[in-house]
Design a protein around this ligand. Structure first.
Ligand code: PGA
Length: 259
């Protein structure tokens, strides 16, 4: 398990290439390299070259928000993992709830995308999580089980990041409670141990996502089995994103020093 937390910023459909360049220059001025955290930004595809140009030479990494399951072919509008890798991406998000719910991506499609990420050398950030109805019906763990079981077992062998993002917490201001997060993260770690062995379970980083702000970052990263955060709205300002990484990483290290 990494000794430093992973702080990921999902910009979604925000920022032109020009705005992305401004963002990266502002983030660089804050000196993210001195933080004991791994920072990753996920800009729209069109802003990736500007991000790559401006963040080259820093420790901040970047990734794609999605990818196609094939490497090339007649798939109008789609983007291959190969294209992302060529732009220096290290990571790619797979199975975000907006992809699942707005674009109708099934579990089987997410599984194929994870395999494509592997093939192209990208680390998948696999998103999972239940809706409010599913939680109120008590089916949180069966939903997670279904989402995780769809992934080809061999695809857990490499480096994988799993982001627990309860759908009801995304963009709503309703951050999940500490008990809810720890409950799910411990379940995820156990599920990985049972199905893929201790090695994979210990190596897989578990992120929490859903209305993360600078005000709650320290509390979230002090929780056991929370190895990082996936941040949407609050990652759009470089100062807020940096603050989350700054206060969050300090709290992460302090909590583990004491435990
Ligand atoms: P949010 O989004 O931080 O705006 O809730 C999180 C996400 O969708 O990854």
């Amino acid at each position: 398990m990494s000794r430093i937390p992973l702080i990921a910023g999902n910009w979604k459909m925000n920022k032109t290439a020009g705005q992305a360049g401004d963002y990266c220059r502002a983030l660089k001025k804050l000196e993210p390299d001195r933080l004991p955290a791994e920072l990753v930004v996920f800009p729209p595809y069109t802003a990736l070259p500007a991000v790559a140009e401006n963040l080259a030479g820093t420790t901040v990494r970047w990734g794609g928000q999605d990818l196609h399951w094939e490497l090339s072919g007649p798939f109008t509008g789609a983007v291959s993992g190969q294209f992302l890798a060529e732009l220096g991406c290290s990571y790619v998000i797979v199975g975000h709830s907006e992809r699942r719910n707005i674009f109708g991506e099934a579990d089987s499609v997410c599984a194929r995308k994870i395999a494509a990420a592997r093939k192209t050398g990208l680390i998948p950030v696999f998103c999972c999580g239940e809706s409010d109805v599913e939680r109120s019906q008590g089916s949180t763990f069966s939903v997670l089980e279904r989402q995780l079981s769809a992934v080809t077992p061999a695809d857990f062998a490499g480096e994988t990041v799993i982001a627990y993002e309860p759908v009801w917490a995304i963009g709503t201001g309703n951050t999940a409670t500490a008990d809810q997060i720890v409950g799910v993260h411990q379940w995820l770690r156990r599920w990985l141990t049972v199905h893929h062995g201790t090695d994979v379970a210990e190596r897989t980083r578990l992120l929490y996502g859903g209305s993360v702000t600078p005000a709650v970052a320290a509390e979230l990263l002090a929780l056991p089995d929370v190895d990082g955060l996936l941040v949407g709205g609050a990652s759009l300002q470089p100062e807020a994103f940096f603050k989350i990484a700054e206060v969050g990483s300090a709290s992460f290290l302090e909590a583990r020093r004491l435990s």
